[in-house]
Write a protein that binds this ligand. Structure first.
Ligand SMILES: [Zn+2]
Length: 465
């Protein structure tokens, strides 16, 4: 890995003082940020370094996506109708597709998700827990050059894809984590589906396993009112109270969603140091009631460890963390309460605060000497950036993710001039069309279209005839 100088950009460091260093150069050595200073001095210090011109650019820390599905949904993007309930979506679409996917499909879907994430300035992805072939998914993510945490799909319910008895589920989780390298950008986590789709033994066993292997744990909980109620019907307690008693809550745990929390549950999550990954685009698209019930603004204000996520390609749809930051801030601000989230705070959730929430704050989330070189260069010369206002406002409310030009992960330039340097995107495109169609046919899924597509031959008319 050669050294790299990223020259003369305005650097949004997200360090403790939240400094923006103007017209500055970043020296990347190996996988690490080695220096931040004047271009001339760093050129002298790193005479063999390659250079990236960042004049008229804003350089930001690579963003953190704490809840992203990388399999199945990427192969049926924008296909699950937006007027069906979650049961129909899961049992009519998601599970039948998962049941027919092989390792090649999973690797392809993960590659797409990673390349697309990088193009939005997202450099770290926490997989949300529906991976049948973890080593293949890890291979796809690694090939694209993104940083990620991946686990094997685990649940101990009957008759569903990748379901198994409790002990076997835990053994499969451990095996996947052990098989993935424990260093490097892509490593293993424990990922349960969560909801009411796990026994008490599986929840408790997963928390113990996470502690023993010294990794994180993620699971879905309480995105909707119905989810919380069905859990309570099984356990006799509200979900987070039940998980507290099982000893599952704690700093290793990242809860996907936790939208519907009562006062006691919110206290339990805060007191235990449990993190939440908030996916506002999914709540809005699926009608899960965030505007009525969501408390992530209050959770953040009270010191909760909050991160952002983009969920799946049919719930959130685009793996765009800046969009999630925009939506969550907008939802909380619309209430006009003390829990409002300002633009600078929202950008914190996308970067350093999100990194801290998922236990990676010492490694990524800010541009500081000694940290991993994970960053994005935004072209800030388009009219959308004129005149330059307050950078925090412009990044969040100005929807800046479309400005991402170059991305560095772990010291490697993985996106340059908006093109992936790691993946042949043309080949990826044709493979996606082919594999998506084949998988949908194997699963017996028919994709409807709201508007009729008609061949031009039957449509052509000359004006007036
Ligand atoms: Zn999810």
């Amino acid at each position: 890995m050669t050294d790299l100088l990223i020259c003369d950009g305005d650097i949004v460091t997200m360090n403790a003082q939240r400094q923006v260093v103007t017209a500055a150069t970043i020296a990347v050595s190996g996988s690490t940020i080695a220096a931040i200073g004047r271009a001339a001095e760093l050129r002298a210090a790193y005479p063999d370094a390659g250079e990236l011109d960042a004049r008229d650019c804003v350089v930001i820390p690579g963003m953190i996506n704490a809840h992203q599905h990388t399999t199945a949904d990427p192969l049926m993007r924008s296909m699950i109708p937006d007027d069906i309930g979650s049961d129909e979506s899961i049992f009519g679409w998601v599970l039948p597709l998962h049941a027919v996917l092989d390792g090649d499909d999973d690797e392809l879907a993960a590659t797409l998700t990673a390349v697309e994430s990088l193009s939005r300035g997202v450099t770290t992805v926490l997989e949300a827990g529906t991976v049948g072939h973890p080593l293949r998914v890890a291979a796809g993510l690694r090939k694209a050059g993104i940083r990620a945490r991946v686990g094997r799909w685990g649940w101990d319910v009957a008759d569903q894809p990748f379901a198994a008895p409790t002990a076997q589920t835990l053994a499969a989780q451990e095996e996947a984590i052990t098989a993935l390298a424990s260093d490097g950008p892509v490593t293993g986590w424990i990922s349960l589906v969560g909801h009411d789709l796990a026994s008490d033994e599986l929840f408790a066993g997963a928390a113990e396993l996470a502690a023993r292997l010294d990794v994180g744990l993620t699971l879905h909980m309480s995105p909707s009112e119905a989810d919380s109620k069905s859990y309570a019907a099984r356990s006799g307690l509200r979900p987070l109270e039940h998980l507290r008693r099982l000893g599952v809550l704690g700093p290793r745990l990242v809860l996907g969603h936790a939208v519907w929390l009562d006062d006691g549950e919110l206290d339990a999550v805060l007191d235990s140091g449990t993190a939440i990954a908030s996916c506002p685009a999914a709540y809005l698209r699926l009608g899960q009631g965030y505007a009525r019930a969501g408390r992530h603004g209050e959770f953040r204000r009270r010191g909760g460890r909050l991160a952002l996520g983009a969920d799946s390609h049919n719930a959130g749809d685009s793996p765009d963390v800046l969009h999630a930051a925009y939506l969550l801030a907008a939802l909380e601000n619309d209430r006009g309460s003390e829990n409002a989230i300002r633009a600078d705070q929202a950008f914190g959730l996308a970067t350093i605060d999100g990194a801290n929430a998922v236990g990676m704050g010492a490694l990524v989330g800010s541009i500081e000497v000694g940290k991993a070189a994970d960053l994005a260069v935004l072209e800030a010369s388009s009219l959308g950036w004129m005149p330059r206002g307050d950078l925090a406002l412009q990044l969040i409310w100005g929807r800046a993710s479309g400005s991402v030009r170059d991305v560095v992960v772990n010291g490697s330039l993985v996106l340059r001039d908006r093109r992936s340097t790691t993946v042949d995107v043309d080949a990826l495109r044709s493979e996606l069309v082919e594999r998506s169609g084949a998988a949908l046919r194997r699963a017996g899924i028919e994709v409807g279209h709201r508007w009729p597509a008609v061949p031009v031959a039957g449509f052509s008319k000359l004006a007036g005839r």
